[in-house]
Ligand binder design. Structure first.
Ligand SMILES: C=C(O[C@@H]1C=C(C(=O)O)C=C[C@H]1O)C(=O)O
Length: 254
């Protein structure tokens, strides 16, 4: 039984959560920007881990996800693994999570797309070229970024549930005819998207400031380019969140 999302969440509380999650995303990316690109870590054929068929970062993510799964992380509907195959079961007592989402939610996992844009597009924009060999810390930093982005993007499931509950009469006909384009139009708020883009750019400028007790040198650049963060949201985070919303709605009446 799906519990009415409106009992515990509103569009406002969900948007507040997305706003909070921006902070985690931006701080994680600022942390990653402390390391150079370290391309060897992502090279599938570098054989940095003997006996493991894949890159060091993949090894780090898979092994960490296995520990997190044992501690119950993926019992939480807000958390999705990047490597869901063969994850161990949770060893901890089950936690009661509010049953807000329709069952269709569990079949939606965009982490493959998130993995691809993060490593192929975003990382070269936030880290300087080069190697420092600091692989363990750097890969752990990548995982923090990936998890924060994944949680935000899949939060689209909650956003979609609330939008559906608020105006089912608008959504139901489009769901019955499986019209993805109309659903996309219905759930899009361009003014909200503009605000988000401007806000994350400003946050990146503020959080990435270099704080000094003496007069800061003029022209000091923030640790991360604020325009990149705005672009991250415009080109990847918001389109993928909306894709999650559409996928969820398409299955909402099943
Ligand atoms: C998440 C929402 O749905 C859409 C996606 C947005 C986003 O990813 O930030 C913003 C506005 C909407 O176009 C929302 O309405 O808040």
């Amino acid at each position: 039984m799906v519990k009415e999302a409106s009992e515990t969440m509103t569009l406002e509380t969900v948007r507040n959560s997305l706003n909070e999650q921006e902070n985690t995303i931006i701080y994680s990316l600022i942390d990653r920007a402390n390391y150079p690109l370290n391309p060897k870590m992502y090279d599938e054929s570098a054989s940095l881990i003997p006996g493991f068929d894949g890159s060091l970062v993949k090894f780090m993510v898979m092994e960490t996800e296995a520990v997190h799964a044992k501690c119950g992380r993926y019992e939480n509907p807000e958390e999705l693994p990047f490597f869901p195959g063969n994850l161990p079961s949770s060893l901890v007592p089950s936690q009661e999570y509010p049953n807000i989402l329709h069952l269709t939610a569990s079949s939606i996992n965009m982490n493959e797309s998130i993995w691809d844009f993060y490593f192929q597009k975003l990382l070269p924009l936030i880290s300087a070229p080069g190697e420092d060999g600091n692989y363990a810390k750097c890969a752990a930093s990548d995982l923090n970024c990936l998890q924060a982005l994944s949680r935000r993007i899949h939060y689209g499931k909650f956003v979609a549930e609330i939008k559906f509950i608020e105006t089912p009469q608008d959504y139901e006909p489009e769901i019955r005819s499986q019209n993805s384009d109309s659903l996309m139009k219905l759930l899009t708020f361009e003014d909200v998207e503009e605000t988000v883009k401007r806000r994350v750019e400003k946050k990146a400028a503020v959080y990435g400031q270099r704080v000094s007790l003496v007069e800061a040198e003029p022209g000091q650049k923030p640790k991360i380019d604020p325009a990149v963060i705005s672009r991250l949201y415009d080109e990847w985070v918001m389109p993928l969140t909306k894709k999650v919303e559409v996928e969820y709605l398409l299955g909402r009446l099943d």
